[in-house]
Ligand binder design. Structure first.
Ligand code: ADP
Length: 391
């Protein structure tokens, strides 16, 4: 057998971060990029093409051994056509539809007996109001498809606010998702990997702190998490991977709800490497990008064992500093234990442009690891350290 070629649809930072893992294993990578200047094009072989166009997808797929994804936006019917014509689509459309469509995801979680918030499919303001009247305000209205980083999500607090959502019901969806506003104590995320022959590998459950609906700081494993909740969440994620036939990495975003049900509710699914798993690149024996490649190639999965008591991952978004590299000297000299990742993207306000990983060797090192991650991120983002950062 020769070393295989993995095709990745989409050229964002997730595709980019598959490249070093592929290089280490001698696996070939080819990215179908949206344009010349997306994140992955400076890191891997690529072709520019439109993932919404079936012919483009077919031509690209014909050159690869397996096809995988940087995002969930390839139309499900195109994925079915690709699969029917013999392409190894991983994850396949039968699984991926549940990460593409939040209404389908809620239905299948109910069917599998997994903990969902109270939800409904609604097709009018009236239906939205009756849901709020029945289950209590506030509620959360979501587009079933196409949302990311909180886009396509709106909190609706009163019947009057519901009346302002008419435009949402004019979008091109047969129905929208409405669910109760969950009074969660924090957000968690479960990552598992599954290969086609069935093996599943489970990472520790992590805490994921969001700022303005964007993943900000991840701590792995989630500090102080009740071991029973952790075990139940890991079980739910592996049930989803197995029952949906996921291939590759699966991230299950969760709300922690102490004292109710199993102590968590499912928020949403991502069937690819996920921001809440970036910690594993430096903090686990097998990082999620290598694990994703192993899984889609049906190779034995790697150990998910953490390398320290905790790993802290801090994202940095586009801020005051336009020239990220100009801050590297200072960030590296002040924070030598920070593992700096940059995505090769131009800086725009609020855009994810990189992240920092810091390992806390022991439990006592967690606060310091947080401060190092925050400090390094702020030096790179703003060109100066934040007031509360420590060395
Ligand atoms: P996206 O697809 O944009 O990531 P999510 O469905 O994950 O959208 O929602 C974005 C954020 O909004 C979540 O991380 C959470 O903070 C908040 N949120 C979403 N649904 C609910 C809910 N039912 N109750 C409370 N907060 C929610």
């Amino acid at each position: 057998m020769t070393f295989p070629l993995v095709g990745v649809v989409g050229g964002g930072q997730l595709a980019r971060m598959l490249a070093p893992a592929a290089i280490e294993l001698g696996i070939h990578l080819h990215v179908l990029a949206e344009s010349e200047d997306v994140s992955a094009t400076s890191a891997a072989r690529y072709t520019v093409g439109d993932y919404r166009d079936l012919d483009t997808l077919m031509r690209f797929a014909a050159t690869v051994d397996v096809l995988t994804f940087d995002h969930e936006h390839v139309p499900t019917e195109h994925l079915r056509t690709l699969e029917d014509s013999g392409v190894a689509v991983r994850p396949g459309p039968e699984a991926l539809q549940y990460a593409q469509d939040k209404l389908k995801m809620r239905s299948i979680a109910d069917e599998l007996g997994l903990p969902n918030p109270v939800w409904a499919a609604v097709d009018s303001v009236e239906a939205l109001v009756s849901f709020g009247e029945e289950h209590g305000w506030p509620v959360v209205l979501k587009t079933p498809r196409g949302g990311y980083d909180g886009k396509g999500v709106r909190v609706v607090r009163t019947p009057e606010e519901a009346a302002e959502t008419t435009e949402w019901f004019e979008l091109d969806f047969p129905a929208l998702l409405v669910e109760q506003l969950v009074p969660f104590s924090r957000e968690l995320s479960a990552q598992v990997a599954r290969r086609p022959s069935g093996e599943v590998a489970i990472y520790p459950i992590v805490e994921s702190l969001q700022t303005d609906s964007v993943c900000d700081v991840v701590t792995a494993p989630a500090p102080g998490l009740d071991p029973e909740v952790a075990a139940a969440a890991a079980e739910a994620a592996s049930t989803l991977a197995e029952r949906l036939g996921v291939v590759g990495m699966l991230a299950v975003e969760l709300f922690e709800t102490p004292g109710t049900g199993p102590g968590f509710l499912i928020n949403e699914l991502a069937m690819r490497p996920h921001n809440s798993g970036h910690w594993s690149m430096d903090g686990a024996v097998t990082g999620q990008f290598e694990q994703h490649l192993r899984a889609v190639l049906d190779l034995p999965l790697g150990s998910t064992q953490p390398l320290g008591a905790y790993t802290v991952m801090k994202n940095y978004l586009g801020g005051a500093n336009q020239d990220l590299y100009s801050a590297f000297d200072r960030a590296m000299s002040e924070y030598p234990s920070a593992k700096i990742h940059a995505y090769g993207k131009s800086v725009r306000p609020g855009r994810k442009v990189g992240h920092i990983n810091v390992i806390a060797a022991t439990e006592q090192d967690l606060n310091q690891a947080r401060a190092i991650a925050e400090g390094a991120a702020s030096v790179i983002r703003d060109g100066v350290p934040s007031a509360d950062s420590a060395r």
